[in-house]
Write a protein that binds this ligand. Structure first.
Ligand SMILES: [Zn+2]
Length: 300
């Protein structure tokens, strides 16, 4: 087997970079003044998923000419897992670091005993869900309270509301991408892609198109050329992350043991939905995402 030919997907995380900042709540002050790298090392160590080896191999800080995004890659499926980040002491980069390390722990804790081809996440959406589970923590009031004791304090309701808005706006934005791509591939020669893009934006994002706009705005979205037919995995990943959050909450334990034993240990030996059913007791459901982010907290 030519391993180079089987090199796994390069997990580029353009999406983690662009999760919308909504509202006026500024969480940056909570994430300044300390070293994100050692914070993340300690956190993952504490939940039983140590990442010191991953961090030691990774390219974490900005420099001239470097890729400005973030991603995780499993070089050889033998444990050489690395991430790329451009860390700055703010909330966005803490969130991105946790997200990438979510991918990294999935890859790292895939059992080496599995055959090479099954030594991989069950699906793209499965590894995104783990990354999203960890990336969400920076806007989780309970986690902030537990992990940043002594911080100046944030209004929990305000943080939750901001996260709710981000999720709902992201969900609609993802629908624009998914429906546009579906139409694009259904009929790649159609002459009206510029207009089709704005039809989707108006329908799903409820954003009005500028007057007389006829430019290839759709082509500015990097996924359309570099990561085609990927975007739906982000929304499916968010749904799965909510389902995992619920399952972990019910077990009242550390997320590390649960994720390692119930998700990572299976590799790609099961289809993603069988894996989820096995781990949480039910197939992928929108209900947990709805409970978490759609239902008005006041009405719960
Ligand atoms: Zn990701």
């Amino acid at each position: 087997v030519d391993k180079a030919a089987l090199r796994p997907w390069h997990w580029d995380d353009f999406f983690a970079q662009e999760a919308p900042a909504v509202g006026t709540l500024d969480l940056d002050p909570l994430f300044s003044g300390f070293d994100h790298e050692s914070f993340a090392r300690d956190y993952f160590e504490r939940i039983g998923l140590p990442v010191d080896d991953v961090l030691a191999r990774s390219d974490l800080y900005e420099r001239e000419g470097k890729d400005q995004h973030a991603f995780c890659t499993d070089i050889d499926r033998e444990g050489d897992v690395r991430i790329l980040c451009n860390l700055r002491p703010d909330e966005r980069w803490m969130r991105t670091l946790l997200h990438e390390l979510g991918h990294a722990v999935y890859d790292k804790f895939l059992p080496r005993s599995l055959p090479y081809l099954l030594r991989a996440p069950a699906h793209i959406l499965s590894t995104e869900s783990i990354a999203m589970y960890f990336g969400r923590l920076t806007r989780d009031p309970e986690w902030l309270q537990a992990e940043l004791p002594g911080h100046p304090g944030v209004d929990a309701a305000e943080v939750e509301e901001q996260q709710r808005l981000s999720m709902l706006i992201a969900a609609r934005w993802i629908l624009v991408m998914v429906h546009f791509e579906r139409e694009l591939y259904r009929n790649p020669d159609r002459p009206d892609l510029n207009s089709l893009w704005w039809e989707m934006v108006e329908e799903y994002q409820l954003v009005a198109r500028p007057e007389n706009r006829d430019r290839p705005d759709w082509a500015t979205k990097i996924h359309l050329s570099l990561a085609p037919v990927y975007y739906h995995n982000y929304l499916l990943g968010e749904l799965m992350a909510s389902q995992l959050t619920q399952a972990i909450g019910e077990r009242d334990g550390s997320p590390g043991d649960y994720l390692r034993d119930r998700i990572f240990a299976r590799g790609a030996t099961m289809t993603w939905n069988d894996l989820l059913r096995d781990a949480t007791g039910e197939p992928l459901s929108v209900g947990h995402f709805v409970d978490q982010f759609v239902t008005d907290p006041a009405a719960r």
